[in-house]
Design a protein around this ligand. Structure first.
Ligand code: NAD
Length: 279
C-alpha cells in the first residue's frame, strides 16, 4: 500500500533477478511473474525469438528486463550474464531453471556416454557455473536467494531416464549443501520439484496421447496438469521475505503425484488402487 492507501504490486524494492530458460514454459512464467512484481529480470534463453517475444510482453506490461541470448551451458553466456549483473550492481535472485530430459530417452544399458555428457551439461553443470558466477556479488551484498528447478524424479524412479534423474537428484543435493555453506552469508538456496507441467517440453496433449482427460484423476491427485503459474508462484514465494526461514529444501510442486506414488485413482471414480490390474 502507498501512503494514499492504494495497493501497488511492488511489495518490495525492485530486485535484479536472473532467470535461465526464462522465455517459455515454467521459466517463462517465472520471468513474467518477477517482472509483474516490479523486479528487473535478466532473462536468459537459447531461443532468441521466444526471448524477444517474452521481453516484448514484459515491457508492454510495464515491466523491465534485459535479454541474454544463448546456450546456458556455454561459458561465454555465463560471462555475459555476470556482465549484465555487474552493470546493475549485483543480483538479488537467481533462478536456475534450464533442464531437459530429452537429450536421451532410452534404457540406460543402451544409452551412449555422449548422451550422459549432454544431460549433465543441461541439467547440472550450468547450475554450478551460473551459481558460481553470481555468488561473489551475493556474498559481497550479504544476501540473496537462489532457486533451482529440480524434478520429482530426483525422488522417484523414472525408467528410461536414469541419468536425467541422477543429475536432478544432484541439483537437490547441491541445494542442500550450498544452503548450509551459505547460511552465514545470508543467502538462501532452495529448489522446486515440478511434475506434469503443461509446457513446450511436456505438452499436456502429448502426455495424454489421445486418452480421455477424465482419466487425469486416476493419474494425478489434483486431477489436472500443472500450469506454468502454479510453479512461478512457489518460486516467487521462495524468493520473498515470507520464506526468509526456509533454506536447503526442494519443494515438490506436483499436484500430489509424489505423495500418491504407486497409487492410482480408479478410472470409474471409486477410490484408489495399487494393484497392477487397476482393480
Ligand atoms: N515440464 C515438466 O513437467 C517438468 C517436470 C519436472 C521438471 N521440470 C523442469 O522444469 C524446468 C523447466 O521445464 P519446462 O517444461 O518449462 O521446459 P521447456 O522446455 O518448456 O522450457 C525451457 C526454456 O528454457 C530454454 N532453454 C532450453 N535449453 C536451454 C539452454 N541450453 N540454454 C538456455 N535456455 C535454454 C527454452 O528455450 C525454454 O524457453 C526444467 O529444468 C525441467 O527439467 C519440468
Amino acid at each position: 500500500m502507498d501512503s494514499n492507501g492504494v495497493s501497488t504490486p511492488h511489495a518490495h524494492p525492485a530486485r535484479t533477478v536472473v532467470v535461465t530458460g526464462g522465455a517459455l514454459g515454467i521459466g517463462g512464467a517465472i520471468s513474467r511473474r518477477f517482472a509483474r512484481d516490479g523486479d528487473h529480470v535478466i532473462l536468459v534463453d537459447i531461443d532468441r525469438a521466444a526471448a524477444d517475444a517474452a521481453g516484448d510482453e514484459i515491457m508492454a506490461d510495464g515491466g523491465e528486463c534485459t535479454l541474454v541470448y544463448g546456450d546456458i551451458t556455454d561459458d561465454t553466456v555465463v560471462t555475459e550474464i555476470a556482465e549484465q549483473v555487474s552493470r546493475r550492481g549485483g543480483v538479488d535472485v537467481l533462478v536456475n531453471n534450464v533442464g531437459d530430459f530429452r537429450p536421451a530417452k532410452s534404457f540406460f544399458a543402451k544409452s551412449p556416454p555422449e548422451q550422459w555428457r549432454r544431460l549433465h551439461e543441461i541439467n547440472l553443470w550450468h547450475v554450478f557455473t551460473v551459481t558460481h558466477a553470481m555468488l561473489p556479488t551475493m556474498i559481497a551484498a550479504g544476501g540473496g536467494s537462489i532457486i533451482n528447478v529440480s524434478t520429482v524424479e530426483a525422488f522417484r524412479g523414472i525408467p528410461g531416464n536414469a541419468v536425467y534423474s541422477a543429475y536432478n537428484a544432484g541439483v537437490s543435493a547441491f541445494t542442500k549443501s550450498l544452503a548450509v555453506e551459505l547460511g552465514p552469508s545470508g543467502i538462501r538456496v532452495n529448489a522446486i520439484a515440478p511434475d506434469l507441467a503443461d509446457t513446450e517440453q511436456t505438452p499436456a496433449e502429448l502426455m495424454l496421447a489421445g486418452r480421455d482427460p477424465a482419466l487425469l484423476r486416476s493419474w494425478l491427485p489434483a486431477g489436472r496438469f500443472g500450469r506454468p503459474d502454479d510453479f512461478s508462484g512457489v518460486v516467487a514465494f521462495l524468493a520473498s521475505d515470507e520464506a526468509s526461514f526456509i533454506t536447503g529444501h526442494t519443494i515438490p510442486v506436483d499436484g500430489g503425484t509424489l505423495a500418491a506414488s504407486g497409487w492410482y485413482g480408479k478410472a470409474a471414480g471409486r477410490g484408489w488402487t495399487n494393484m497392477p490390474d487397476g482393480a
